[in-house]
Design a protein around this ligand. Structure first.
Ligand code: PMP
Length: 442
């Protein structure tokens, strides 16, 4: 169908789109003009089933009345308040609501505007925490291969995606990486957490031996790596990582930007896996993706280490103009209320077995070499075309869009993370359409 030129501008050249093949896109643009519930409406009039909750963020689905109304009301009441040395009620209310939803012990909330900023904030808090306690030599940061921690310099330094790092210079110094936990062959087509790979956490002992624990501030990992293709932690892996960090006085940061807010069927992955970090980063589902906002949660021990010195002194020289922005706070409060009122995290857990079976029914579809899942997230890995990595999955993405479903691809992996309001009929539509797409792919 033709694009509706009344809603789509003729000149697309000015907007340099992020993480997008700009030249390809501008020849055949894909545009959404509205959204409701589980569906987007494309500019050519078609309904597109949202198989990815936007970018892993619209966990309550689209155009939710409570969230829309909260933003509308807030805009007419208090549009903006200075973020430093001043406050407004909704930011405090949201911090309390987030603490109440988070795993026990995550008592303090620092607001940011995105996942990337949450990561930078957590890394800085970790380094400053050690310094506040007289261990200023602890500055080294440990990330992981295939980790995604946003796109700012700290995040790409601890992150492990080569394409996101290699053209941006020397990055942060004093960074090391754990190996990733993806073991194809041993763990292929596992439903839920894989059996093999807990020993990979012991690599942290090797890094500690190399640099000395007294130089290491923090380890940052996604409890489940989302953006590099839904890589689940092997059974026992996170527990071992936690134990080694504790043994050496190293802080453990969980990047829960994707795994937070019900994606795995619990409020956060920390709760789901029963492993507590010292710092937790969030964003995306905090406001249902509607207004940019992120947050870092910290334990009392970390927060209290900063609360020293004269009372009139600023304790942490860090923050953003929009930290705890009133509109974002209002959206966040309405979002958390929506999750609670509709029991959406429990709903994700209830729907997870159906999702798992539907997803794994693609095992015999063409080109499929692995399937991974947990909660309401899943990945289907395709055999790459020799010499042309990413091409096959990208074609699947384009074909899927034409057939009315939104999926996401990373390398040759198709990732899906639908809104938690998904019904069985939507799962059937998503997986059935994807099967048709795969069967027709070269
Ligand atoms: N951390 C993780 C684990 C993420 O998945 C993402 C985004 N996909 C980010 C950080 C960065 O978030 P943002 O794009 O909001 O900066």
């Amino acid at each position: 169908m033709a694009l509706d030129r009344k809603t789509v501008p003729n000149d697309l050249s000015a907007f340099w789109m992020p993480f997008t093949a700009n030249r390809q896109f501008k020849k055949a643009p894909r545009m959404f003009v509205s959204a409701d519930g589980m569906f987007y409406k494309a500019a050519d009039g078609r309904e597109v089933l949202d198989g990815t909750a936007g970018l892993w963020c619209c966990n309550a689905g689209h155009n939710r009345p409570k969230i829309v109304e909260a933003i509308r009301a807030q805009a007419g009441e208090l549009d903006y308040a200075p973020a430093f040395q001043m406050g407004h009620p909704k930011a405090f209310e949201l911090a309390t609501a987030l603490r109440d939803m988070a795993p026990e012990g995550m008592d303090h909330v620092f607001f940011t505007n995105s996942g990337s900023e949450s990561v930078e904030t957590a890394l800085k808090i970790a380094i400053a925490y050690h310094r506040a306690r007289g261990e200023g030599a602890r500055t080294r940061l440990i990330g992981r291969e295939r980790g995604y921690h946003g796109v700012n310099f700290g995040g790409i330094s601890v992150g492990g995606i080569v394409t996101n790092r290699k053209v941006f210079g020397s990055l942060l110094t004093g960074v090391d990486h754990l190996p990733h936990t993806h073991l194809p062959g041993e763990n292929s087509f596992t439903k839920g957490q894989p059996e093999h790979g807990a020993h990979l956490a012991d690599e942290l002992e090797r890094i500690v031996a190399l640099h000395g624990a007294e130089t290491i501030a923090a380890v940052i990992v996604e409890p489940m790596a989302g953006s590099t293709g839904v890589l689940l932690p092997p059974k026992g892996y996170l527990e071992r990582l936690r134990a080694i960090c504790t043994k050496h006085g190293i802080l453990l940061i969980f990047d829960e930007v994707i795994t937070g807010f019900g994606r795995l069927g619990s409020s956060f992955a920390a709760e789901h896996f029963g492993v507590m970090p010292d710092l937790m980063t969030t964003a995306k589902g905090l406001t249902n993706g509607v207004i940019p906002m992120g947050a870092v949660l910290a334990t009392g021990a970390i927060h209290d280490a900063f609360m020293q010195g004269p009372e009139h002194m600023i304790e942490l020289f860090h923050g953003y103009t929009y930290s705890g922005n009133p509109m974002a706070s209002a959206a966040g409060l309405a979002t958390l209320e929506t999750y609670r009122e509709e029991g959406l995290f429990a709903r994700a857990a209830e729907m997870a077995p159906y999702w798992q079976e539907a997803l794994h029914s693609l095992k015999d579809a063409r080109h499929v070499i692995d399937i991974r899942n947990m909660g309401l997230i899943g990945a289907v890995e395709l055999e790459p075309i020799a010499g042309e990595p990413t091409k096959r999955a990208f074609q699947a993405f384009l074909d899927a869009y034409e057939k009315g479903i939104l999926i996401r691809t990373t390398g040759d992996i198709i990732a899906m993370s639908p809104p938690l309001i998904i019904e069985k009929a939507h799962v059937d539509q998503l997986i059935g359409t994807l099967r048709d797409v795969l069967e027709a792919l070269d």
